[in-house]
Design a protein around this ligand. Sequence first.
Ligand SMILES: NC(=O)c1ccc[n+]([C@@H]2O[C@H](COP(=O)([O-])OP(=O)(O)OC[C@H]3O[C@@H](n4cnc5c(N)ncnc54)[C@H](O)[C@@H]3O)[C@@H](O)[C@H]2O)c1
Length: 270
Amino acid sequence: MINPATDRVLITGAAGAIGTALRDGLRADWRHLRLTDVKSIANPTPNEECVVADVADRTAIERMMQDVAAVVYMTGVGGDYTLEDLFRVNVRGMFDVFEAARLAGVQRIVYASSNHAFGCYPIEERVSPALPPRPDSLYGTFKAWGETMLRCYFDRHGIRSVSLRIGTYRKLPIDQRSLATWLSPGDVARLVDAALRHPDPGCLVVNGYSANTRIKTFDPNWEFLGYHPRDNAEDHREMLRGMGVDVDGPWEWPEHGGSHARAPERPARR
Ligand SMILES: NC(=O)c1ccc[n+]([C@@H]2O[C@H](COP(=O)([O-])OP(=O)(O)OC[C@H]3O[C@@H](n4cnc5c(N)ncnc54)[C@H](O)[C@@H]3O)[C@@H](O)[C@H]2O)c1
């Protein structure tokens, strides 16, 4: 168990959407938070120590690992990105943070993986994290690689980890698909809190969703981890209906990855 009163936790990507939700949800109990991002981090409280650095700066990353018990890795590019950015941040940056953590003796890594690590499974299949990854994109492929790297760190170095296959993190659900895949700000903080406090998660992969009525996956690891989500996208169905979202019609996407699994192929790199 990582001790909220005494252990230092490093949150990367702390200026981002999820990083901000984690700060809001964790800072009352977790007394020693170190936050890092390439962007400046707004309004730190006395128990939050900020380090502005690019994930490509290995020296800075090694320095910020000192006296850290656990890393919560939320850095990443998503949405619109160039191939170079994807390699620089989601591959090389992740590698450098994981390696620096290992070399510094960090005990636990909580990692922002994604539902796109299994996005090519047909939507009718109630996928659990026990099944092999089926990424729907290069983005999802690299998320699965992060999970694999943590598997190796557990087997070779005993580093405990929890990979979170995050669905759709937003303040509120945004479309029909997110009625199944939404992860609320309160629940992402509860999930990370459980991942840090668990006495021994081993090398665990869990889905990162709220308690959505329309959830299309199956995850026994929630119980094991002690993750008890409290929010449900269905409570926002009428808001979505008011926005013109087809909340009653047939499911829009044939695969778990939604539009990612149907996106046009990236042109070949020359
Ligand atoms: N939001 C979602 O629905 C969702 C779903 C699945 C997975 N994820 C993953 O969760 C993580 C956090 O997502 P988010 O929604 O908060 O994204 P976000 O873009 O809001 O936050 C990512 C943070 O990473 C930082 N970052 C990017 N490049 C960097 C670099 N070179 N050096 C240092 N920091 C850098 C950004 O400044 C940003 O603050 C990401 O890894 C993302 O892939 C998010």
